[in-house]
Design a protein. Structure first.
Lengths: 609, 349
């Protein structure tokens, strides 16, 4: 018995699929089938919202409009023109993709709240459009839609549609899980932590956002196609803004960050709505959709008390309940035979690799970086020091493309000569071989250490974002995935964190998180490493280990520019020091020279007058 | 289209534009002070209009009961917070809260229930309707938003949608599915050349203009207005200099609720208002506010005026597509905003 259970849980997907397919064969009431069909249809849409909102951090109230696009496309083609429903599916997907692409491109560049507002407007106008277009039957909609036909077998009952709906749903869930555990998936999950880190690792965040917006819209469109052929009629009402809001509600209730939360949320809400619609009107003595009151209050309370939805509770509860039978969680397995990624050839020792030439940054009247000038040579560790507010981090942001220069130049050695890289975006600069860590650690707390580091290797494999997304959904990315994870593991071993690789990054101590950031930067295969206060928060022993690591890197030909406040650390490690104060360079030279420099002493200790 | 039709359409457009402008200003105010995108604004419009309609037709405005319920819930929260805090019970502040949250709603409720308010003058009836609806603003802030004051804009937006859902449903329970109209403020008509100007339009435009001017002086000249502006610019900084951001939020919601309810009172004589009709009106204010990037008052007001005119003229040429045209306007506006903004705020979650 126990063995059977363990096996069943291990092959959970297949057991679930079998159970689902058997469900309509059992003589359950027709009404159950109808409810289950709706749950499936809604869950497909909510799944898109999990990707968009829970994982990607963007909100859309307009998914119902995309459902409508899918439904109306197939309804029109199969009634007015008599085409096959399958052609309707393709047409709906194409139309939805074009619409989502256009809207995505317009709104994705704006800050967070414009997208949801845009989707409200978009959802409303499409609803009114459906309701007013003559050829779509105005508010009466279109009737007489033919059933879907699979190899001569007509899906003309709720029971027969059930299988198709749920197979599509389960396939979508598996596809989504595949996507999230892949190179593009990690990039998508990195979106939520603010774009700066993802961009610094070479992710084109704007494009990734548009891609997941389109994926979510296409899932909605598929749901619309199924809906049209299940109902055999469409009208504008189920594609209005209220339904769009309910879809979002489902994702939030279920747990917007979890793939299964979509199914849980749509099941809970569909059943709740069904119950409320029979109870509330008798209770209030009038007809109307009073369930919105309960929904609204529930949504507010949920966001106040349990922002992650119901799924996390259910998951941890059932984990405890079934702990005996569950196979041991071994974490992500890194294949031993993974292909090793190619490594960039580093410039010969002592070539100038980075040249800052009269770099200037002004914020309004404030000159944060005032015509700075210094160089870093290959195989050198250069320290950039100065009192708080001297402009060191701003200088870093200028080199890494986070901030644009006001004037001057930043030149980096590539293709045999120094070339200007100012005004390139971060993701282009990391491509050239500049890796960085952040002063305030930017990690994805809920991802494992290994996955966090693997984000750094984002650019190490070539491939278009769209093709990669498709490959990962189909699990055709095994080789790439293996070598990326192997590379991440190798860098973790290098910095001495390999034993923690399956922990959640958020559970690490601050010092360890800083080291993790270095491992991530090393994954970018840089020839120049920019470290912003790497030793802050480290204990004495850890600092010594870090210094050892940086020396080892230098010996391998790596060039390092670091900002640091710990003077012992800097003095013992660096080959060259640059001292900044009020945005201006006040000294430069060997650490021993700088230590004696009167201007530096004054900046740090104050004048003697 | 001849000149007289164009003139009538312009008059309509400016009248509704004035309403949208008021709503847009309230939305900008709430957003900049609290980062809340105040979707339920439209419900205040509907509640204001329908409460007044109920008063005028001699029915009991059930919104007074809702006010009572909100007051009780807020009071409950207040007591629980006081009991949980380590400090000794602050009797004075509790008594003050009881006055605001229990006695005032109760007084309004008794007044609406037992006094023949149907015979009151129009002005007094409007005041009563406002007294019912306006206090709901800060109460909703207390119940729904205050526990989430530090949450991200997106979470607050979803909360707003939840509040909108709940209030719409309550509107249906309180006022039923039928729409209502109220008596006009003025039956006067003025001839201006070939054009007729209705007194009602003039009242709407005048009240809007007055309110906008009053808001301007409030923000420029008064201390509490300046405190609100300071909160809008920098919440943390405002907190550090002793401005209570919770008080600021409450104040912003009071103002927004007042402007919403007033809009409802103003439009109720011109158009039939349904329990869920406020939402579309509020959203048109939104389109205006978005033109102003949710931060600029004058641009938002101008945008709202544009929305009003666009709606009025498109209802002449393509009346079925009126809403489509108005809401699609947001797309080019967003495109323009996206091209003109240099860099989005990366640190915002």
């Amino acid at each position: 018995m126990k063995q059977l259970l363990t096996k069943g849980i291990k092959h959970g997907k297949w057991v679930l699929l079998a159970l689902v397919l058997l469900f309509p064969l059992v003589p359950v009431p027709e009404f159950w089938i109808t409810l289950a069909n709706y749950i499936g249809l809604y869950a497909i849409v909510a799944l898109g919202l999990v990707l968009l909102t829970g994982v990607g951090g963007m909100t859309s109230f307009g998914q119902a409009a995309f459902v409508g696009l899918g439904a109306y496309s197939t309804a029109y083609l199969s009634t007015a023109l008599g085409y096959s429903p399958w052609l309707g599916l393709l047409a709906g997907l194409a139309l939805t993709m074009a619409a989502a692409l256009a809207i995505g491109l317009i709104t994705m560049r704006l800050s967070g709240h414009y997208l949801p507002l845009g989707t409200i407007a978009w959802g409303l106008s499409l609803f009114f459009l459906f309701g007013n277009l003559e050829f779509l039957g105005k508010y009466d909609g279109l009737n007489g839609i033919p059933p879907i036909d699979i190899a001569g077998f007509k899906l003309d009952t709720g029971r027969s549609m059930f299988g198709l709906i749920w197979v599509i749903l389960l396939l979508s869930i598996v596809a989504m899980q595949n996507l999230l555990q892949s190179r593009p998936g990690r990039a998508i999950r990195a979106l939520k932590g603010g774009g700066v880190m993802a961009e610094a690792m070479g992710v084109n965040t704007a494009r990734m956002k548009v891609i997941i917006f389109v994926i979510a819209a296409m899932l909605a469109s598929v749901s619309g196609w199924l809906y049209a052929h299940m109902q055999r009629a469409v009208n504008p009402t189920p594609f209005g803004l209220n339904q769009g809001i309910e879809y979002l509600f489902m994702a939030v209730v279920g747990g917007a960050g979890h793939v299964w939360g979509a199914l849980l949320g749509s099941a809970l809400l569909t059943l709740l709505k069904d119950k409320l619609q029979s109870i509330l009107p008798t209770l209030l003595g009038a007809n109307g959709n009073f369930e919105v009151i309960v929904f609204g209050v529930l949504l507010v309370l949920l966001l106040q008390r349990a922002r992650d939805g119901v799924w996390p509770y259910l998951a941890s509860f059932s984990k405890r309940l079934f702990a005996k039978w569950l196979p041991e969680d071994k974490g992500i397995q890194v294949a031993a035979d993974a292909a090793i990624l190619p490594v960039r050839a580093k410039p010969a020792v002592d070539t100038v690799i980075l040249e800052i030439d009269k770099a200037r940054k002004q914020f309004g009247g404030l000159v944060a970086v005032n015509d700075m000038q210094f160089t870093v040579s290959a195989g050198q560790i250069v320290g950039l020091i100065g009192p708080n507010g001297a402009g060191k981090s701003t200088m870093f942001n200028l080199v890494t493309g986070v901030l644009p220069l006001t004037s001057g130049a930043v030149r980096f050695y590539r293709d045999g000569k120094l070339q200007d890289i100012a005004n390139l975006p971060s993701r282009e600069i990391v491509k050239l071989g500049i890796g960085r860590s952040f002063q305030h650690v930017r990690l994805l707390a809920s991802m494992t250490v290994l996955e966090n580091v693997a984000i750094g290797a984002h650019l190490r494999t070539k491939g278009g974002d769209v093709m990669e997304v498709i490959a990962s959904i189909l699990r055709r990315d095994g080789k790439v995935e293996n070598s990326l994870l192997a590379e991440a593991k190798r860098q973790l071993e290098r910095v001495g964190l390999a034993h923690l690789m399956n922990e959640e990054a958020g559970s690490l101590a601050l010092g360890q998180q800083r080291i993790l950031e270095i491992a991530r930067a090393l994954c970018c295969d840089p020839s120049l490493l920019l470290l912003d206060e790497p030793a802050a928060g480290l204990r004495f022993k850890e600092k010594q280990e870090l210094a050892g690591l940086l020396r080892k890197l230098r010996a391998e030909g790596m060039s390092i520019l670091l900002v640091e406040h710990d003077m012992d650390f800097v003095m013992n490690l660096t080959d060259q020091l640059v001292v900044m104060e009020f945005g201006t360079k006040i000294a430069e030279g060997l650490p021993q020279e700088v230590q004696q420099n009167p201007a530096v002493l004054e900046a740090y200790l104050g004048g003697i007058d | 289209m001849d000149f007289s039709i164009a003139a009538i359409l312009a008059q309509d457009g400016i009248t509704s534009g004035a309403i949208y402008a008021l709503l847009a200003l309230a939305l900008v105010l709430v957003f900049s002070v609290t980062r809340i995108i105040f979707i339920p604004q439209g419900e205040f419009v509907a509640f204001g209009a329908l409460s007044l309609a109920a008063i005028q037709s001699g029915k009991f405005p059930h919104s007074a009961s809702l006010l009572l319920a909100f007051g009780l819930l807020c009071m409950g929260k207040e007591v629980v917070t006081q009991l949980r805090s380590k400090q000794p019970l602050n009797v004075k502040s509790l008594a003050l809260s009881a006055g605001k949250l229990l006695l005032f709603p109760l007084a309004v409720w008794i007044l609406a229930r037992n006094v023949a308010v149907q015979e009151w003058s129009l002005f007094a009836q409007v005041l009563l309707a406002l007294a019912i609806v306006v206090p709901m603003g800060p109460m909703i802030y207390r119940l729904a938003y205050q526990p989430l004051a530090e949450a991200s804009t997106l979470v607050l937006l979803i909360v707003s949608v939840g509040v909108h859902f709940a209030l719409t449903g309550m509107g249906l329970v309180m006022f039923g599915a039928e729409g209502s109209r109220t008596t006009a403020f003025s039956d006067a008509r003025f001839e201006l050349g070939a054009m007729q100007i209705s007194g009602q339009s003039l009242v709407v435009i005048a009240v809007s203009a007055l309110l906008i001017a009053a808001l301007y002086f409030y923000f420029e000249r008064s201390l509490s207005g300046k405190a609100l502006r300071a909160t809008a610019v920098n919440r943390l900084g405002a907190q550090l200099v002793g401005i209570g951001t919770i008080q600021a939020g409450r104040l912003a919601f009071t103002l927004a609720a007042a402007m919403g309810a007033l809009c409802g009172v103003l439009i109720a004589p011109m158009t039939t208002v349904y329990y869920d009709g406020g939402f579309l009106i509020g959203l048109k204010g939104f389109v205006g506010a978005i033109v102003g990037g949710l931060v600029s008052y004058p641009v938002a007001a101008a945008g709202a005026l544009l929305v009003g005119l666009l709606e009025s003229y498109s209802s002449y040429w393509a009346s079925a597509y009126k809403e489509v045209i108005v809401f699609t306007l947001i797309i080019p506006v967003l495109l323009w905003r996206s091209l003109s903004s240099k860099h989005t705020d990366e640190d915002e979650e």
